[in-house]
Write a protein that binds this ligand. Structure first.
Ligand code: S3P
Length: 447
């Protein structure tokens, strides 16, 4: 959906205590991967709990364009009949990944070692984002890419007909780049090796193994070394998608901001490459308890019980950034209500997300009366007793910026309006009814 629909301005105002159970949707990262790995497998993959956000629906449409049969049977209940490793057909139309950097980068990887060509595009946010970080390593396999200046979409990738395996050290902490290289390595002969200096989300590694690939992971002084043996036969699997910790962070942080709140968020992934936000909240003094820890669908999950209480500002360790990279917008909003200063460092990657998230949060918080400082790779937020609010904030086509300011509006003196909340549908389509059911005062503003 490169055509972006009408803007939906939305406003949040001071809310009564949030209470009840928040069943957040399935994990976005795992949902994309379930569809892509299903498409690269032989036989049927059944997915339950799939996130039906626009980002994932765009990946489903892309997998159909590459020849897989992708069917929805009921809410969150999908099957994929795959074409096998190396079996992608050449799409007869442009692949439109909408707002999704994960979708486009993973799919580019998945097709880059098949002798077909595909042209990719996306919405006004995605066409600004760098693709060179994936097309550089894909070129080592023998793929070619031609895009706009600066390696931007629209872009055509011509896959390598005779790919060679690759050894690649990922230059930035990025699970998307790591995953693109691993997916490309599937159809290269021999062993593809990916090295990452610090661990990023490991869903691709876990799921590749689950679908039958031979993959080893070794923690060394030089980083994590992931070795994939190419040209496996992947076979269809059943994937139960756990609830998304990145979505859970919004009701959790809202409950920590709104006085006397007490909510339960069940079945949330506690994968250690994703749980940095929860550790950070506990360090800030949050009354957050992981109840009933268990394994579901190959991932550790728990029910999160969170109660409102005083929080203090902290220094968030840069080494934790990769494990909570998508949670900085909501953390910055929460930090505005904490006692003292919160310093977030080592977060340069936020500048190339759906928006420049350091800039978007800094400008929005300032407009709401909060004191902030930013550098190229850090954001400092000075907490205050009573955030003034009373501003209209730009979401920059970024779902997490929109949700972060709506949560802050639930706890600020004056309402906060987000100029366009429509991007929330990319990752958390039920955000509005879910938050309203908990007791949040949010509403659309009719233009
Ligand atoms: C994702 C990786 C992260 C994250 C994104 C999802 C993934 O991006 O921000 O929302 O599913 O692999 P980077 O790889 O660019 O850090």
């Amino acid at each position: 959906m490169s055509g972006h629909g009408p803007a939906i301005p939305m406003s949040a105002r001071k809310s009564g205590p949030l209470s009840g159970v928040a069943e957040v949707p399935g994990d976005k990262s795992i949902s994309h991967r379930a569809l892509i790995l299903g498409a690269l497998s032989v036989g049927e993959t059944r997915v339950t709990g799939l996130l039906e956000g626009q980002d994932v629906l765009d990946t489903a449409a892309a997998m159909r364009a590459f020849g897989a049969e992708v069917t929805q049977h009921g809410p969150g209940d999908w099957t994929v009949h795959g074409v096998g490793v190396g079996g992608f057909a050449e799409p007869d139309r442009v692949i439109d990944c909408g707002n999704s950097g994960t979708g486009v980068r993973l799919i580019m990887g998945a097709m880059a070692t098949t002798g077909i060509a595909a042209t990719f595009t996306g919405d006004a946010s995605l066409v600004k984002r760098p693709m060179g970080r994936v097309t550089d390593p894909l070129a080592l396999f023998g793929a070619q890419a031609v895009g706009r200046d600066g390696g931007r979409l629209p872009m055509t990738v011509v896959g390598a007909a005779n790919p060679v395996p690759v050894r690649y050290r990922v230059p930035m902490p990025s699970a998307q780049v790591k995953s693109a290289v691993l997916l490309a390595g599937l159809n290269a002969p021999g062993q593809t090796v990916v090295i990452e200096a610090e661990p990023t989300r490991d869903h691709t590694e876990r799921m590749l193994r689950g679908f039958g690939a031979e993959l080893t992971v070794e923690d060394t002084d030089g980083g994590r070394v992931i070795t994939l043996t190419g040209q496996p036969e992947l076979t269809g699997q059943t994937v139960a998608v756990p609830r998304d910790p990145s979505s859970a962070a919004f009701p959790v942080c809202a409950a920590l901001m709104v006085q006397d709140s007490n909510i339960l968020v069940p079945g949330v992934s506690q994968n250690p490459t994703r749980n940095g936000i929860f550790l950070t909240l506990q360090e800030m003094g949050a009354d957050l308890v992981m109840e009933n820890p268990r394994a579901e669908g190959g991932e550790p999950v728990a029910d999160l019980r969170v109660r409102f209480g005083p929080l203090k500002g902290i220094n968030v360790p840069p080494a934790r950034a990769a494990s909570m990279i998508d949670e900085y917008p909501i953390l910055a909003a929460l930090a505005a209500t904490a006692d003292g200063t919160t310093v977030m460092t080592g977060i340069k990657e936020l500048r190339v997300k759906e928006s420049d998230r350091i800039d978007a949060m800094a400008r929005g918080l300032e407009a709401c009366g909060v004191r902030v400082e930013e550098t190229e790779d850090s954001l400092t937020v000075h907490g205050m007793d009573d955030v003034p609010g009373g501003a209209t904030v730009a979401s920059h086509l970024d779902h997490r910026i929109a949700m972060a300011f709506l949560c802050l509006g639930m706890a600020s003196r004056q309402p906060i309006t987000v100029d366009d909340a429509s991007p929330i549908a990319t990752s958390f389509p039920v955000f509005e009814p879910l938050m309203t059911d908990l007791g949040a005062s949010i509403s659309r503003i009719n233009g």
